[in-house]
Design a protein around this ligand. Structure first.
Ligand code: GLN
Length: 538
């Protein structure tokens, strides 16, 4: 039977619960255990797929095609274990299952209630991920303790632990210990109050992870232990990291958090193997070969979380190439207003990420053109590939007004158009082409060289595609179709002949990149940027 760790958050949001949960998962994994992770989100959307990135940051896509919370990206990047549909449930998905069952008469005439029916459904969700071969399941509860909407989840985990017994489940509470500058003191009161709220619903945390800017002194540990009912060694300090989020597990390991967790769960404390992780950190923090500047030109630039996986994958590319990647975040509308030269001059690479809607599109096209005409390494992802196709059609093939029908349904040259299978779909939410699909790579291309394989699997999230009727015209002017679906129906990758590194893909490679296993396209893009830097002598 799997052991369970439940992670809750107190005082404020944005404490990095997902990162802490992922770090704990890594530590247990590095002691030889098989770990699975899960996030339960208290909002009413069935999944974040229909939410604006400004609302909820990036929508992360799993291999099995679920649109999920971006914390799942951290889970995969830290542990390398793919998440599945069962790794993310929301209040919306739980209620819709309950309501559907009620409509089908599945409750046999009973009054359907939050307790027990909704809480039962939540417990079922937790069990769904605890398969036979799993040693530890880590379940993170989104939101902050004290929110009305997280109550059913907290009640469900309370019941769950009661049912499996103390020896098989732990509660880990992540809290904030703020530093009040004027008083020159760390304050423990908010944490005490947050634990107080948990206690009123019957949960006493076993572990307290304290997010703080300043070191937690012995007196604070003692005070927190005493007032929060937590053993002193399980009051853990999680200070802001200096260089990278990937330092968090190492900081937690220094306090033997993993050892205590295993002991509490009655599991053998196997030898810890963090060697590869530490080596990776060293390369990340002190790269041998300097720095490259990469521009990311997008429409949701003002919120860092909107392109989370892209920024992470770029840093992985840097780990592979032993350079620090400095990201210049460029708002596509600014490129539109001020011109590409003003915003992009001096960069060693340009990346245009995915997106929806026409705001800023012309700015993205200007960025593509600037990279194409100046021989600057270019990487287009999803909408970024579609922009590359539109730009090339307009400016290299003379197809004036070429566009995607997403932005101009009446364009004279619909070089990007809706996929056939998407045309009949009217329902939003989970209806795009989602998840992993195979892509066949053409030999002799940069794409093939990067992967070193003929057939790869990559994750998708789109409705539009390169219009096959334009293939020949684009190819005639030097666009290379370097990756296609195995039936040759969909163009999945393009590149440009005669350009140092101009590659774009319809899929999202950023979702499969990890610090220990940087994605080959990000690795080669960053490598090309480094070459561009060196040959320009800057
Ligand atoms: N809006 C485009 C489409 O639906 C691109 C999607 C994306 O970049 N994820 O095809």
């Amino acid at each position: 039977m799997a052991k369970h760790i439940f992670v809750t958050g107190g005082v404020v949001s944005s404490l990095g619960k997902g990162l802490t949960a992922a770090s704990v998962a890594l530590l247990l994994q590095r002691r030889g255990y098989s770990v699975r992770m899960q996030k339960l989100d208290p909002y009413l959307n069935v999944d974040p797929g229909t939410m604006s990135p400004y609302q909820h940051g990036e929508v992360y896509v799993t291999a099995d095609g679920a649109e999920t919370d971006l914390d799942l990206g951290h889970y995969e990047r830290f542990t390398g274990i793919p998440c599945t549909r069962d790794s993310n449930y929301t209040t919306g998905s739980i209620y819709s299952a309950v309501i559907q069952r009620e409509r089908q008469g599945g409750y046999l005439g009973k009054t359907v209630q939050v307790i027990p029916h909704v809480t039962d459904e939540i417990k079922k969700a937790i069990r769904s991920i605890a398969k036979d071969d799993v040693d530890v399941v880590i379940t993170e509860i989104g939101g902050t303790v004290g929110d009305i909407e997280s109550l059913p989840f907290l009640e469900a985990i309370r019941q769950f632990r009661q049912e499996i017994g103390r020896a098989n489940g732990l509660f880990m509470h992540i809290t904030l210990v703020p530093y009040i500058r004027a008083a020159g003191e760390l304050k423990t009161k908010p944490s005490q109050q947050s634990v107080g709220i948990l206690r009123t619903i019957g949960i006493i945390p076993d572990v307290l992870v304290c997010r703080c800017e300043q070191p937690l002194g012995e007196e604070h540990r003692t005070k927190l232990a005493l007032f929060c009912n937590v053993d002193r060694e399980l009051v853990i300090e999680e200070r802001d990291v200096e260089h990278s989020i990937y330092e968090v597990p190492v900081d937690l390991a220094k306090q033997d958090l993993d050892v205590y967790l295993l002991e509490r769960l009655g599991m053998h404390v196997n030898r810890q193997d963090l060697g590869a992780w530490r080596k990776m950190l060293e390369r990340l923090i002190t790269p041998r070969l300097g720095e490259v500047d990469i521009a990311v030109v997008g429409k949701y630039i003002s919120l860092r979380d909107s392109y989370k996986s892209i920024y992470e994958a770029l840093s992985h590319g840097g780990i592979a190439g032993e350079v620090r990647v400095k990201v210049r975040m460029v708002e596509s509308e600014d490129v539109q207003k001020r011109g590409a030269e003003a915003l992009l001059s001096g960069v060693h690479g340009v990346l245009v990420p995915g997106g929806f809607g026409d705001r800023g599109i012309e700015g993205k096209l200007a960025a593509v053109r600037y990279a194409r005409e100046n021989g600057i390494p270019f990487f287009g992802i999803c909408l970024g590939m579609q922009c590359a196709v539109m730009e090339f059609a307009r400016n290299a093939c003379g197809l004036d007004g070429a566009n995607s029908t997403e932005f101009n349904p009446k364009t004279p040259h619909p070089v990007v158009c809706m996929m056939e299978e998407q045309k009949s779909i009217t329902r939003m939410g989970g209806t795009m082409r989602l998840g992993s699909y195979p892509c066949a790579l053409a030999e002799g291309t940069l794409s093939h060289r990067a992967y070193g394989e003929k057939l790869v699997q990559e994750r998708h999230r789109h409705r539009y595609e390169l219009n096959n009727e334009y293939r020949a015209r684009l190819q005639a002017k030097g666009l290379v179709l370097s990756g296609v679906s195995p039936d040759n129906e969909l163009v999945e990758m393009i590149e440009l002949a005669g350009h140092p590194w101009f590659v774009a893909c319809q899929f999202h490679p950023e979702f499969q990149s990890t610090p220990l296993n940087p994605h080959p396209l990000f690795r080669d893009f960053v490598g090309a940027a480094r070459e561009a830097r060196d040959s320009a002598g800057r």
